[in-house]
Write a protein that binds this ligand. Structure first.
Ligand code: ADP
Ligand code: MG
Length: 628
């Protein structure tokens, strides 16, 4: 194989440009990224050698070596791990396989175009995405990578200046593993903090970002004399006593496992002893991960068996609604050979998962009680995901409800827990009332709200798409039923409409029901209106208008559901219509009025008219009549 010049994939090229021109203040993260890749490569080799006894590899001294040449101004990060084949180099280094790359780049481009992209915002996006190998180009103007795949006899040399192309060539004498050599940018030479040709800078950076890496990270003294020295302390954080680990160490470890560059919001430790031992170190992020609502989002924590890395993103340990939880579980009694499929059914894994879930939920609960601001951050960032658990995790439904908070009519500034809602409930109120819809403003103005406002009953305002769904799965909280203000009959015990009045409406209701039969399934008198003439309601369990919209947004035609039109018997428009119908039951104008009433009710709740043009024609006809 002679030297080949290959173009980077378009997305990779864009990401590289970002790296080269970034004035990212924390350039030193490149070292963390390279060490983290080396550490992964060593983990993989150990596992591969364990699973395949015939693999021709040397596992006797697995380690990472850092080599500095201050004259040539190079830094090399070397490992004797799994290595890469030629095709792997092209696939893994020449392209970005990470899901969401296109989305991230599009977001960046958009931020640029709208002029809103500060350097900080760019850094934030890149940081969330996880910068990876390409971060080398923040400090280097040329990068060489020499690698030999475990079990293979020849190696590959890859080289690039980060422009549009890279080269690959055969490297016959390459040692097993991977060495990445950075030719440092000359302009950083005078900047002591960012000069990575300086031993002290490199040493401090390793200490800072990579101390917990369990493989030895060795550095030869710059003098060239004396034995290489191991720079990191190599202790698995989860195996150390909690009090011996500093917040900084936890934060760095969090960055390592999460690819988030911020501090974790909360650190959770968990251990079990006895017949089935395990330790867990988990983190809650302070921001919703970028992929929280992407369909192919990764989830799960890292799984170790007795300090040996087994896999990333172990889904079996974390339910989907807690997909933002990051960290490590180290179990003692599992086989190193365990596969993802078997894990899903493993009883011990299921037990660990059960405990992890309970522990996460109780941690949030404690946060809510003791650190309300932190809890508020958690909830505003991640609550939308947590609420999915109300549907999927029946066993913990109550515990999840307990940590939920919702907007409510009680205080426009603050959300409320269900418990606080119950505590405020006046004598005589027997349900927890909620409204679902697109926005708080629309819900507050909705006619459904009138009777509740008049009565002084608090209503929860649920505006997340997931709210539409879980309310159907949660019948009650602390034995108080949850009830939609837009479904079913409402009787808040207000002024009763007496029987005579009711009778007076009988013929009107019957006639209207047939006049509007295409649109509604019933017309009846309402107990929930004080100001509006009419309102549309559903039967409990009916598809709500927002759900219908969601179906359409997903490209599905929802089942047609006719709703119920309720009339306010005290409203002048309704009483006049009744009187007019009593006098001239055959007047064709009455039908128009009925259709207008129906359309108005639909508009008032923020709904969409099936035929807006017809509605406008109807309205203008009525207006003309009233003027003439
Ligand atoms: P990530 O580590 O998040 O996958 P990177 O950009 O850091 O992204 O690395 C891309 C891929 O290149 C890695 O997933 C790995 O497969 C491969 N790789 C990088 N460095 C090494 C290394 N030192 N040894 C073996 N493979 C490596
Ligand atoms: Mg990496």
């Amino acid at each position: 194989m002679s030297t080949e010049t290959i173009e980077f994939q378009a997305e990779a090229r864009q990401l590289l440009q970002l790296m080269i021109h970034s004035i990212y203040s924390t350039k030193d993260v490149f070292l963390r990224e390279l060490i983290s890749n080396s550490s992964d490569a060593l983990d993989k080799l150990r596992l591969a050698a364990y699973r395949d006894k015939d693999l021709e590899v040397d596992t006797s001294d697995l380690h990472i070596a850092l080599e500095i040449d201050s004259d040539a101004r190079t830094v090399t990060v070397r490992d004797n791990g799994i290595g890469m084949s030629r095709d792997e180099v092209v696939d893994l280094i020449g392209t970005i396989a990470k899901s969401g790359t296109a989305e991230m780049l599009a977001q960046l481009r958009q931020a640029r175009e709208t002029g809103g992209s500060s350097e900080e915002a760019t850094a934030e996006l890149i940081g969330q995405f996880g910068v990876g190998f390409y971060s080398s180009f923040m400090v280097a103007d040329r990068v060489e990578l020499v690698t030999r795949k475990a079990g293979s006899h020849t190696g590959v040399r890859w080289e690039s200046t980060g422009d549009a192309t890279y080269t690959v060539a055969e490297a016959p004498d390459a040692p097993q593993g991977t060495a990445v050599t950075l030719h440092l940018k000359p302009e950083d030479a005078d900047d002591a903090l960012h000069d990575f040709a300086n031993e002290a800078t490199v040493r401090a950076t390793v200490k800072r970002y990579s101390d917990f890496i369990t493989w030895p990270i060795r550095m030869a003294p710059a003098s060239g004399e004396g034995e290489p020295e191991t720079v990191n302390s190599r202790k698995a954080l989860w195996a150390r006593a909690q009090k011996d680990v500093s917040d900084e160490e936890y934060a760095e470890f969090y960055r390592h496992v999460s690819h988030d560059w911020r501090e974790p919001l909360e650190t959770i430790r968990l251990a079990a002893e006895g017949t089935f031992e395990y330790q867990a170190l988990l983190f809650l992020p302070s921001h919703a991960p970028m992929d929280l609502f992407w369909r192919d989002a990764k989830r799960g924590v890292q799984l170790y068996v007795k300090r040996v890395f087994i896999m990333d993103d172990c889904e079996a340990l974390v339910p989907e609604y807690l997909r933002f939880v990051k960290g490590v579980v180290d179990a003692s009694d599992l086989s190193l050979n365990i596969s993802r499929e078997i894990l899903q059914q493993d009883r011990q894994i299921q037990l660990i998962r059960k405990r992890l879930v309970r522990k996460v939920l109780s941690t949030v609960k404690t946060m809510q009680e003791k650190e309300p601001e932190k809890y508020a951050t958690f909830w505003s960032e991640l609550g939308r995901a947590v609420k999915e658990g109300l549907l999927s995790d029946h066993e913990n439904q109550k515990a999840i409800l307990d940590i939920c908070s919702f907007s409510s009519t009680h205080d426009p500034e603050k959300s409320t827990t269900l418990r606080d809602y119950l505590a405020r409930m006046p004598e005589g109120q027997d349900s927890i009332y909620y409204a679902t819809g697109d926005s708080r403003a629309a819900l507050e103005r909705s006619p459904h709200m009138e009777a509740f406002r008049a009565k002084g009953y608090e209503v929860l305002l649920l505006t997340d798409p997931v709210d539409e769904v879980w309310v159907g799965a949660v019948p009650s909280f602390e034995e108080k039923p949850l009830a939609s203000i837009a479904a079913g009959e409402v009787d808040l015990g207000g002024d009763e409409v007496d029987d005579d009045t009711k009778k007076g409406f009988d013929t009107l209701l019957t006639w209207m029901a047939s006049a509007l039969a295409d649109d509604v399934k019933e017309v009846r008198l309402s107990h929930r209106l004080t100001e509006s003439a009419a309102v549309l309601v559903g039967d409990p369990g009916d598809l709500t208008p927002t759900l219908e919209k969601m179906y359409r947004a997903m490209g599905q035609e929802p089942p047609t559901v006719k709703r119920i039109l309720e009339l306010n018997p005290r409203h002048a428009l309704v009483t006049s219509l009744r009187d007019a119908h009593d006098k001239r039951p055959d007047d064709p104008g009455l039908g128009d009025t009925a259709r207008l009433l129906h359309g108005m009710a639909l508009l008032a709740e923020g709904g969409e008219l099936a035929d807006p043009a017809a509605f406008v024609a109807l309205l203008s006809r009525q207006l003309e009549k009233s003027l003439g």
